[in-house]
Design a binder for this molecule. Structure first.
Ligand code: ATP
Ligand code: PRP
Ligand code: MG
Length: 320
């Protein structure tokens, strides 16, 4: 039996659709083996990969234990699992943005920041003889953040769902939870403290450091990461083609100023350049000003480079 690289993708929730789209863009479509009820799949375009469909939090557990090699999950879940020494966050994926925040009732008008919350905690103890309660499923994240802010007089009430409802239900005074639009907080009469953003999270491609990384599996990883990096590079850069019959003075320096690089110069005066996407219109305009008759700007599907930065990051972390 040949060993496989196991890739975990979210099977439900907010990350699922974007995760599938991400692999499809890289030419690595996730294919569910037999119907949607099958929890194992394959990755189109690369042999030797088994796809495991798991929830975002299960993905972190499996990465930490080494049961899967790669996974897509939220940074908030990696931090909460305190798994940073067992995984490598290879790259942010640009979706699944959400903040882990400390929120209190809007009615607490004098409570604006963590210092104020500390005062509340102390007076709570003094006046009511009980500790301020914080409802959350981010227990470790909360403890670390409160410790850093010198808040010690509180008690965590573990909450596994509908955390925002805890204050109104009389189960806690404060919550720590994840939010993206903020609508749930507002609907529950809560506000985020001014310095209460604990973590700005997004979905990441994460590698396990503890998984068995044989030479064959490293080679499979190299191929996958080359495609992902090539797609990222293609998305963030544009190719420009212009015909310039004489090269402007200090051309290389000017290109540098746009963050662009020369790729090729043909004998007929046609020049091909790569520029960051955001700089492409300005560079095109400048080239016209330098005498180019037209400038074609195009996006490539993939830009493979001799360097494979994601793979290098992985190998550096894994060591020899
Ligand atoms: N508004 C949001 N609320 C919660 N999570 C979000 C939000 N936006 C992005 N995320 C990200 O999606 C991750 C998974 O959340 P989601 O609610 O989709 O999973 P879930 O299916 O509820 O998982 P579980 O059952 O393990 O809690 C979060 O940990 C976070 O990284
Ligand atoms: O800031 P908002 O856009 O209002 O989103 C925040 C809400 O979304 C998440 O819950 P989710 O819907 O994922 O349900 P769950 O708690 O069952 O996972 C989170 O736990 C918040 O309750
Ligand atoms: Mg959720």
């Amino acid at each position: 039996m040949s060993e496989k690289l196991v890739l975990a993708v979210p099977s439900k929730g907010r990350l699922q659709e974007n995760a599938n789209a991400f692999f499809a863009r890289a030419g690595l479509a996730v294919q569910q083996a037999r119907g949607a009820r099958d929890y194992r799949g394959v990755l189109g375009g690369v042999d030797n990969v088994e796809v495991a469909f798991l929830s975002a939090s299960e993905i972190v557990r499996n990465l930490a234990s080494g049961a899967v090699h790669f996974g897509i999950t939220g940074e908030d879940l990696v931090v909460e699992a305190e798994a940073q020494d067992k995984v490598e966050l290879l790259t942010k994926l640009g979706f699944g943005h959400a903040n882990v925040v400390v929120a209190v009732p809007q009615a607490w008008i004098d409570v604006r920041d963590m210092d104020d919350l500390d005062d509340v905690a102390l007076s709570f103890r003094a006046r009511r003889g009980m500790r301020m309660r914080v409802a959350t499923k981010y227990v470790n994240t909360t403890r670390a953040f409160f410790r850093d802010h010198g808040v010690t007089d509180y008690h965590i009430v573990e909450s596994l769902g509908a955390t925002e409802g805890a204050p109104a239900a009389g189960l806690a005074e404060v919550i720590v939870d994840i939010t993206s639009t903020g609508a749930t907080l507002v609907a529950n009469g809560l506000k985020v403290l001014d310095d209460g953003v604990i973590l700005r999270s997004e979905a990441n491609l994460v590698a396990s450091v503890t998984a068995p990384w044989s030479p064959d599996l490293r080679e499979t990883a190299r191929q996958i990461l080359a495609r992902i990096a090539a797609e990222e590079e293609a998305r963030s850069t544009r190719e420009l083609v212009a015909t310039l019959h004489s090269e402007p003075d200090g051309f290389a320096k000017s290109l540098d100023g746009f963050g662009a690089r020369l790729r090729r110069r043909n004998a007929d005066g046609r020049i091909t350049m790569f520029a960051p996407k955001a700089q492409a219109p300005a560079l095109a305009d400048w080239l016209i000003g330098q005498g180019a008759e037209d400038v074609i700007v195009r996006q490539s599907d993939y830009v493979f480079t001799a360097k494979n930065p994601l793979y290098e990051k992985l190998v550096t972390r894994l060591g020899a």
